[in-house]
Design a binder for this molecule. Sequence first.
Ligand SMILES: Nc1ncnc2c1ncn2[C@@H]1O[C@H](COP(=O)(O)OP(=O)(O)O)[C@@H](O)[C@H]1O
Ligand SMILES: O=C(O)[C@@H](O)C(=O)COP(=O)(O)O
Length: 415
Amino acid sequence: MNIGVIADDFTGATDIAGFLVTNGIRTIQTTGIPDERFEAEAEAYVISLKSRSCPAEEAVHLSLEALHWLRDKGCEQIFFKYCSTFDSTTKGNIGPVTDALLDEMGEEFTILCPALPVNGRTLYRGYLFVGNQLLSESGMQHHPVTPMRDSNIARLMEQQSRGKAGNVYVEVLDKGPSALKRELLSLKEKGIRYAVMDTLNQGHLDTIGAAVADLPLVTGGSGLAAGIARNLHKEGEKRSAGEAGRPKKGATVIIAGSCSKATNRQVARYREKAPSQFIDALRCRTDAGYLDELYAWTTAAIEDGATPLLYATKQASELEKPAYASQDVGRAIEELFGKLASRLLGAGVKNFIVAGGETAGKVVQSLGLSAFFIGPQIDPGVPWVRAVGQELYLALKSGNFGSDDFFVKAQEFFV
Ligand SMILES: Nc1ncnc2c1ncn2[C@@H]1O[C@H](COP(=O)(O)OP(=O)(O)O)[C@@H](O)[C@H]1O
Ligand SMILES: O=C(O)[C@@H](O)C(=O)COP(=O)(O)O
């Protein structure tokens, strides 16, 4: 069976691609919807969109285009990948995109399974936890673009979609795939359109993966993809499907646009070891010479043999509101990072380590890269990837993922 993934951001796309590959599925990740020159064949195609926080109509349009491309490629199951912290607003985009995909596919039912237990995202009685805290108390309530102030997934979904959501509790999952299949059927018959899956561990994901093997549309985080993949390639049939190999030692730059707790820790740790430059959000909007200044600083640091860090990262609670909390400021920072990355590519930078999904999306688009092969996982959900057709490696790190020494750890993969 071929799997077609529509990922709503770039770090999410490398996350799911990494888990598919680790579980034996030959996978290729694309930047946006590929054009007619795309030739590669794989078992899973992951289309990276930047559709998490754009207007809902745009997200729907992009996702439907992606759906058509994936169906032309012969994908039997479509997977709408969103964040394991269900990043969205009351207007979307998870609800509108799910509804549009269901309608276009002629379906009336799907599952919502954001959990990723290996990174501490679990769902219990319909509430999403990050580690030991409810989502809405985890720091995600301060996210600059998609603040998550509720942890109840059914409620969040109903606010932004057309249908009814229902919960599948852990007791059903513990009974195994057949019981779960019956429960899903019964929810569908009762008019439930989205079944929210309690998930505490990998065993639950495996059960869900088995139960939804025939469901044309599934939605969720990368944990669900691991469950689906593990059912396709059972133990014993596992093979390494990563084709990117390891990144090569060479000019490397780290760009951090995430304000998540994990990225704050990673930035603080790395600043003790290497040259770093804070990006002033207001100068991004007002100072025409800022880009040149940052470019000169970065290239000088590289010439000195360093791997410099450029970061806009702030404690989310320190963001100056309302100006700094607005999408405009975030977009201005992304714009600057995109332009800087593109100039640095021209200057010979070979490896980019980028923290933050929106940030990574902008950087990859600005670099003009069309597709990636997947390489080794640095930390769960963050593989190195290689741009198809060139010796350029990227680590696109979800804001919230990775150990505190992630930026150093990523460089330990160089050969
Ligand atoms: N100091 C800041 N003030 C306002 N917005 C910021 C600041 N630093 C970063 N941002 C923006 O916050 C957003 C973070 O989103 P993203 O890159 O997806 O990170 P994450 O993976 O944590 O969600 C980006 O749009 C980024 O430009
Ligand atoms: O599911 C996840 O948590 C990640 O794959 C993800 O979507 C990352 O998004 P960002 O936190 O915006 O980097």
